[in-house]
Design a protein around this ligand. Structure first.
Ligand code: SPV
Ligand code: MG
Length: 564
C-alpha cells in the first residue's frame, strides 16, 4: 500500500473532489476510517475541545502531537494536521515537521495568523494576520525540513476571514505557492460560497484548493466540484456529534437515575471492544503468553439434578447446594480463580435459573434430561481455545489437586485417586486403568491413562490388571490437547448413542486416537457429592478447608477461603 503522505498528495492532485473528515482522538480516527473516508483532518478546534480547552493554543503542540500518535495508531488513513500557525516562527515549524514525519502524519496545514491563534469564527475580522513574507518563510522552512518528498504542507489564507479582501487573499496565496506550499486552503466564514467560488475562478488551478464549508454548509457539494476545488474538509462534525450525544445521555441519566432509557441508544460495550480491536489482543495472547500467564478456561458440567439428593434439589441443581455456607459451585469457582482459571463456562440444565452466574458464563443443555455429560460438554466447548480444565460440578478438592493439574505440561492430564478407600465407595465410579500403579514416589516416571471404566467395582481384566484408582472428575487439556479433544468429541458425535455418553467415553476416545493422557495420582483430599452421605462428608470436608476464624459464605470471606 502506498504511504500515507503519498495518498494525501494523491488526493490533493486527483481530478476528483476528495474529502477529509475530522477526528480528534484514536476512537474517532478509527470511526472515520470505518465510515469509508480516505483521509483525516486533525482539527485544532476539535482536539482542543476534546481536551476541554480553547482553540487558542492552550494545549501545547506536543500534547497535540501525542494525540496524533494515537490517531495514527488507530487508523491507517493519511492525517492532515491542522497545525494552526505552526506554533511559533520558522524554527518551531521545522521541528513540528520533523516530529510529524516521525509519527507518520501525512501533512500539516498552517494558517497566516499570529501565535497564539484564535479560531477563525471568533471575531475573525479583528484577528491580526501574519506578515506575508514571514509566513512564506515558515512554509519554505517546513518544505526544506521534510525528509519524505510526499509530506504535504497546506497554506491557509485567512485574508477573507480577516476582511482584507479578495486581492490580498490572491496575493498571499500566490506568495505561499511560490514558497513551496503544496495546496492552498482558502477559508471563508460567510454562509454562502460566493467568496470561495470567486477565489477559485481567479486562482485558476495554480495549485490544489482546499475548503472548509463549516459556515456555508448548505451549499450543494456539486458547487465545489464545478468550482474546481480539490478537497473539502468536514472540520468539526464528530466532536459536535459526540457532544450532542453525551449531553443528551448525561442529562437523561442524571434526571432519571437509571440506565434503562439509554442502554439501547448508546453503543454497546462490545462495540467499544471491537473498535479497540480487543480480538487482536486475545489472538496475540494465545500466540505470545506462556500457558501459565495466559488466562485458562474451565468447563463445569452442572446440568443434572443429582440422583439421591431429590429432597434437597426441588428448587435448585445439585451444584447450588450450600456446603459450609456457600454453594458447591462457588467452592469450585473460587478454587479455579486461585489458579488463574478465569474463563469459566458452567453448563446448566436442571433448574438452571437457580445457578448463581457471578463470574461465570452460563450455557444451557436444554436436553439435559435425555442426554449425558458429553452432550453438555458439547454445549460449551466450541468457543474455547485456551488451556481448559473440564470438571464435574459436584467436586470439592484441596487446592494442590487443581494446581498440580494446571501445572502439568502434558497435552492432557487427569486426576486419579489411588487411595484404597476409593475402591470401597458405595456408588458407581469411574475406574482408571493406568500404565503404572501409584508408587507414591515424588519423582516417578510419567503414568499414562489406558482407559476409564464406569462400574460399581474395579474389574480385573483378563491380564489381571487392576485399576490404578478412581478418576475424580478433573481433566485438563492444553491448547493442543484441546484440539485433539474437540476432534475426539466430533468423532463420538457421529455415534447414534452419543446422547448417552459420559466423560469416560471421551477420555477413552482420546487414548484410542493416540493421545498421551497423563495420570496425576492423589491420595484422597477430594469429595464428590452423589448422595446424602457424600453431602454430609462434603460439609465436613469443606469445614476443614476453611481458615480459622473466617465464616465462608459471608461474601467478604468467600474469596479468601483457601482449600488447603
Ligand atoms: C479547525 O477545524 O480547527 C479549523 C477549521 O481550523 S475551522 O474551525 O472551521 O476554522
Ligand atoms: Mg483550526
Amino acid at each position: 500500500m502506498r504511504t500515507r503522505s503519498e495518498r494525501l498528495r494523491q488526493m490533493l492532485l486527483s481530478d476528483q473532489l476528495e474529502f477529509l473528515m475530522e477526528a480528534h482522538n484514536g476512537l474517532s480516527a478509527r470511526i472515520v476510517r470505518e465510515a469509508g473516508f480516505k483521509g483525516i483532518w486533525g482539527s485544532g478546534l476539535s482536539i482542543s475541545a476534546q481536551f476541554g480547552v480553547r482553540d487558542n493554543n492552550e494545549a501545547s503542540w506536543t500534547q497535540v502531537v501525542d494525540m496524533l500518535e494515537f490517531m495514527a495508531d488507530a487508523s491507517d488513513l493519511p492525517i492532515l494536521l491542522d497545525g494552526d500557525t505552526g506554533y511559533g516562527n520558522f524554527n518551531n515549524m521545522r521541528r513540528l515537521v520533523r516530529k510529524l514525519e516521525q509519527r507518520g502524519i501525512a501533512g500539516v496545514c498552517i494558517e497566516d495568523k499570529q501565535f497564539p491563534k484564535t479560531n477563525s469564527f471568533l471575531n475573525g475580522e479583528r484577528q491580526p494576520l501574519a506578515e506575508m513574507a514571514e509566513f512564506a518563510g515558515k512554509i519554505a522552512a517546513g518544505k526544506d525540513t521534510q525528509n519524505d518528498p510526499d509530506f504535504c504542507i497546506v497554506a491557509r489564507v485567512e485574508a477573507l476571514i480577516a476582511g482584507w479582501g479578495m486581492d490580498e487573499a490572491l496575493r498571499r496565496a500566490e506568495a505561499y505557492r511560490r514558497a513551496g506550499a503544496d495546496a492552498i486552503l482558502i477559508h471563508s466564514k460567510r454562509s454562502v460560497p460566493d467568496e470561495i467560488v470567486a477565489f477559485a475562478r481567479e486562482w485558476a488551478g495554480r495549485a490544489p484548493l482546499v475548503i472548509v464549508p463549516t459556515k456555508y454548509y448548505s451549499t450543494p457539494t456539486d458547487v465545489f466540484r464545478k468550482a474546481g476545488i480539490s478537497m473539502v474538509i468536514w472540520a468539526n462534525h464528530l466532536v459536535r456529534a459526540a457532544t450532542a450525544a453525551m449531553q443528551s445521555v448525561a442529562r437523561e441519566i442524571h434526571t432519571n437515575e437509571t440506565l434503562v432509557n439509554v442502554e439501547d441508544r448508546v453503543a454497546s460495550v462490545n462495540e467499544i471492544f471491537r473498535l479497540q480491536d480487543a480480538d487482536e489482543y486475545s489472538a496475540a495472547e494465545r500466540l505470545y503468553l506462556s500457558a501459565s500467564e495466559a488466562s485458562r478456561s474451565a468447563v463445569v458440567l452442572a446440568a443434572t439434578r443429582g440422583r439421591g439428593l431429590d429432597a434437597m434439589t426441588t428448587d435448585r441443581p445439585k451444584v447450588m447446594l450450600p456446603i459450609a455456607g456457600k454453594p458447591l459451585l462457588r467452592w469450585l469457582i473460587d478454587g479455579f480463580k486461585k489458579e488463574n482459571v478465569n474463563d469459566i463456562t458452567v453448563v446448566g440444565g436442571y433448574r438452571v435459573d437457580a445457578i448463581d452466574t457471578a463470574g461465570i458464563k452460563l450455557v444451557v443443555n436444554e436436553h439435559y434430561a435425555e442426554t449425558g455429560e458429553l452432550a453438555s460438554l458439547a454445549c460449551a466447548i466450541d468457543g474455547l481455545e485456551a488451556e481448559t480444565v473440564i470438571s464435574y460440578g459436584d467436586l470439592l478438592f484441596r487446592s494442590y489437586v487443581l494446581r498440580a493439574l494446571v501445572e502439568s505440561k502434558a497435552d492432557s492430564a487427569v486426576v486419579v485417586d489411588s487411595s484404597p478407600s476409593a475402591e470401597n465407595d458405595r456408588t458407581v465410579r469411574d475406574f482408571a486403568y493406568c500404565s503404572r500403579a501409584d508408587d507414591r514416589g515424588l519423582f516417578g516416571t510419567p503414568v499414562l491413562l489406558k482407559r476409564v471404566v464406569s462400574a460399581k467395582h474395579p474389574q480385573n481384566s483378563e491380564s489381571g490388571e487392576t485399576a490404578g484408582g478412581r478418576w475424580i472428575g478433573l481433566l485438563k487439556v492444553s491448547r493442543d490437547g484441546l484440539v485433539k479433544l474437540k476432534a475426539a468429541l466430533a468423532g463420538l458425535r457421529k455415534r447414534p448413542d452419543f446422547d448417552a455418553l459420559d466423560m469416560p467415553a471421551l477420555m477413552n476416545a482420546l487414548v484410542a486416537d493416540g493421545a498421551q493422557v497423563e495420570v496425576l495420582y492423589v491420595h484422597g483430599h477430594w469429595r464428590g457429592v452423589n448422595d446424602l452421605e457424600d453431602f454430609r462428608q462434603a460439609v465436613d470436608f469443606a469445614h476443614a478447608q476453611t481458615p480459622f476464624g473466617s465464616t465462608p459464605g459471608d461474601g467478604s470471606a468467600s474469596s479468601k477461603v483457601p482449600h488447603d
